[in-house]
Design a protein around this ligand. Structure first.
Ligand SMILES: *[C@@H]1O[C@H](CO)[C@@H](O)[C@H](O)[C@H]1NC(C)=O
Ligand SMILES: *[C@@H]1O[C@H](CO)[C@@H](O)[C@H](O)[C@H]1NC(C)=O
Length: 340
């Protein structure tokens, strides 16, 4: 809840500087912002804002927040940690780097996820959970039932909302890259749906089973998209400029689930207003890890400062008859390394 309030507060703070080019940042896909301008909007987006679909708009806002939080989790050890600071995020979203592709995909996935969940919970009048009754392999033994996740509606709303700004300029490669990544995000939710079943019958005998489709956890969606991020393909506009192709002719063309980008990322080592890099000075690092969270890479070779902090912990707890637990307080030392 608190996160949500902070997020809303940030968005409100941002209302003022956004004028003409409010599409320039996906952050402004936040419904309260978008709909402020909705009177001038034509098409689906304007319709969604003007209609009484306020619950739907709330779910879209929730979805953007879910995406943003997952992005921060997945990137917490990277030089650019998916901060929600507008001065950074906005610049990232204006470009077309691997980071941009991930933020776009995870946001589109978050919106799909939140709207779908709301359908399942019965929170939206426009949709309900999935109640297919198809015959299974053995018709007598199991059937579809229960209340499944209806991902079609969620996907469609995510598409209408997230892709709306690009619909009219669909011919340039950069736009196609954005649409592709939005779609890859939505597919990541769909692809890992699973079937859950429940047994009915005498004392767990499972003579009758009911099955329904369920979305993966959003962490799983984030993990999969992070894998796609790690293997993202670099693309360039095709000769006619209406498509994109992989930069290296030898690499296989990206599939619908893959993330694509067209610009190299900055190294994010130093703060740079132009790229949206905040730099890594002061970031905590792990001195024994060879990976991206290790001090060597995270601090870009600048070195790091070490300090020891002592945490108060409960220790030597004893159970005393009856019924009390008493503990001593111990100081436990912990080393913190921070990039120079
Ligand atoms: C993300 O990075 C910024 C600057 O690089 C830092 O100020 C912030 O504390 C980091 N956030 C987290 C959650 O580590
Ligand atoms: C630091 O990295 C090492 C090696 O990768 C790992 O074993 C250890 O758990 C890490 N420490 C923390 C606090 O994450």
């Amino acid at each position: 809840m608190e996160m949500r309030l902070i997020f809303m507060a940030i968005c409100l703070l941002l209302v003022t500087p956004i004028t003409g080019s409010f599409w320039s940042s996906q952050m402004s896909m936040e419904p309260t912002l978008v709909c402020k301008k909705a009177r001038r909007l034509k098409g689906r987006l304007g319709d969604m804002c003007r209609s009484k679909e306020t619950t739907l708009l709330k779910e879209i806002a929730r979805g953007i927040e879910i995406g943003s939080r997952e992005c921060q989790y997945q990137f917490k050890n990277r030089r650019w940690n998916c901060t929600s600071l507008r001065r950074s995020l906005r610049k990232i979203l204006l470009r077309d780097t691997r980071e941009t592709s991930f933020v776009n995909a995870i946001t589109a996935a978050g919106v799909t996820y939140a709207v779908t969940k709301a359908c399942t919970m019965g929170d939206l009048v426009e949709c309900s959970c999935e109640k297919i009754r198809a015959s299974g392999r053995n018709e007598d033994e199991w059937e579809w039932g229960g209340c499944g996740d209806n991902v079609n509606f969620g996907s469609r709303k995510s598409r209408e909302w997230m892709d709306a700004p690009y619909r009219r300029r669909v011919s340039d490669a950069k736009t196609l890259v954005k649409l592709h990544n939005n779609n890859a995000g939505r597919l990541a939710v769909r692809k890992f749906m699973r079937t859950e079943c429940k047994c009915h019958g005498l004392s767990g005998s499972c003579t009758l089973r009911t099955c329904w489709r369920k979305m993966p956890t959003f962490r799983e969606v984030g993990d999969r998209l992070k894998e796609s991020f790690d293997g993202a393909a670099k693309v360039i506009p095709s000769n006619d400029g209406h498509r994109f192709v992989t930069e290296l002719a030898s690499t296989k063309p990206p599939g619908r689930f893959d993330l694509v980008y067209s610009e190299e990322s900055p190294d994010f080592c130093k703060a740079n207003r132009k790229t949206g890099s905040l730099g890594t000075e002061g970031r905590h690092c792990n001195s024994s890890s060879p990976g991206i969270e290790g001090c060597e890479l995270l601090c870009c070779g600048r070195g790091y400062d070490t300090r020891v902090v002592k945490d108060k912990l409960n220790c030597q707890c004893r159970f005393r008859w009856c019924c009390q637990v008493t503990c001593n307080t111990c100081l436990v030392a912990r080393t913190i390394n921070a990039c120079r």
